[in-house]
Design a protein around this ligand. Structure first.
Ligand SMILES: CC(C)(COP(=O)(O)OP(=O)(O)OC[C@H]1O[C@@H](n2cnc3c(N)ncnc32)[C@H](O)[C@@H]1OP(=O)(O)O)[C@@H](O)C(=O)NCCC(=O)NCCS
Length: 142
């Protein structure tokens, strides 16, 4: 992702329950310990998915992955995650973590399909609406 992608990513974010603001995203771009990807549909010429991840030594945290509502269930997020996992493995990362709402069933199914396992739960971590966070780990050794 480059700064010129920002407006399109913001439009995509606006569809999500916890959208990031322009400032949120600007803060992430260009940091030495972050990697951000976008997926562009070459036919439509629009950004249909994006992700943002931070890494430190042998651990990483997926901060965001989102796909345009009309483009879901077509493998967009799977493609982003595959690319990200390859990048992180190349940096020597051993484990990727993330938090997800306990009632975000599509995301939970997505992560489980991609080998993430539950390693914790943070009670009432989210608000509007209240929800627990499930902490998931993708262990690169498995
Ligand atoms: C979760 C999300 C990123 C998945 O993106 P996607 O591009 O639709 O995912 P994929 O097409 O790569 O799906 C891969 C697999 O995940 C699972 N999956 C994805 N969406 C699902 C859904 N709505 N219901 C059930 N399983 C689902 C399926 O196993 C799917 O494989 P299949 O289509 O062959 O059955 C997308 O739904 C999204 O952007 N949600 C809003 C933002 C969000 O919740 N992000 C995660 C926050 S932690």
């Amino acid at each position: 992702m480059i700064p010129a992608d920002l407006d399109e990513v913001l439009r995509l974010e606006a569809e999500n329950p916890s959208p990031w603001s322009r400032e949120d995203i600007e803060r992430e771009i260009g940091r030495y310990d972050r990697i951000l990807y976008v997926t562009v549909d070459e036919t439509l010429g629009v950004i249909v998915g994006w992700c943002c991840c931070r890494f430190l030594d042998d651990q990483a945290e997926l901060l965001k992955i989102a796909v345009l509502g009309s483009m879901r269930r077509r493998g967009v997020a799977s493609g982003l995650l595959t690319l990200l996992l390859e990048y992180l493995a190349g940096r020597g990362v051993q484990a990727l973590y993330l938090e997800v709402r306990s009632r975000n069933f599509p995301a939970l199914r997505f992560y489980r399909k991609h080998g993430f396992a539950e390693v914790g739960r943070r009670r009432r971590y989210y608000f509007s609406p209240d929800d627990d966070a499930i902490v998931l780990e993708r262990d690169f050794a498995q």
